[in-house]
Design a protein around this ligand. Sequence first.
Ligand code: FUB
Length: 311
Amino acid sequence: IHFRDTLAMALSLVATSLFAQNPIITDQFSADPTARVFENRVYVYPSHDIPPSPGKGRPNWFLMEDYHVFSSDNLTDWTDHGMIVHQNKVPWVKPESYSMWAPDCIYRNGKYYFYFPSVPSDTTGGRGFRIGVAISDKPSGPFVPEAGPIKGVNGIDPNVLIDKDGQAYLYWSGGHIYGAKLKENMLELASEPVILQELPTKGLKEGPFVFERNGIYYMTYPHVENKTERLEYAIGSSPLGPFKFTGVIMDESPDGCWTNHHSLLNFKDQWYLFYHHNDLSPHFDKNRSVRIDSLFFEPDGKIRKVLPTLR
Ligand code: FUB
């Protein structure tokens, strides 16, 4: 029996490594994935965690100095297009703040707009994070950062929706989840930020990701009430809500990665959830890795809960 158990375990390990699906990027840490389809390929814009390094950043905290972008046409073979933005090349970012947190990227009028949060060197607009934009002619970069962050926005985790009528919206988190219209230039707010209404009030909510499907606006977000973040969603009939809490997309992780951060994508008529976990760093949850799983809608538009594929 002992031999049979050992053999079964060995076979399962071989199968696991042969058919491993998650995490999708294994030569570096990656987190907070925003996935978009550009030019018939899936582009993933994640954060880039780096291992702790004495003297760099805050000990035992996120350490992030740049962004890479990855693309694939089959969700299996990924090309790393290399570094697209570095903290030391962004005029408004505090040098060596190691705080290049969760980004997004969107296409408009022939340009790709990459939104990212970081810590500014000039704190006159208030302490804490601001959100900036870098622009490229191609989804893989190079991206050229704007001189300053977006005026009127304090927070992290930018996300952009371009609605059916062409109006663009910026969402971000900072204690609450905020939203505002963007001007046609995608660089300035066109309306005062509002706190999005009727989301759960207890516990931290961050990482908004908004999309529209069949006339329903889905506000999806990680939410922590206990130990780790659970992915939830609320629905509404317009981009700025109000949104009604509707359900859980992915349960809290039982094994101690306290963040989760996600995006949803339709590629070749199948929906996918992009998210992260600390698969390659089980003892330090600030070194995370991007995962993908298929996602399904019920006929009434509700999202069926996603069970993580662990390998
Ligand atoms: O990656 C740094 C932060 O952790 C993100 O901005 C949050 O959403 C959380 O995933």
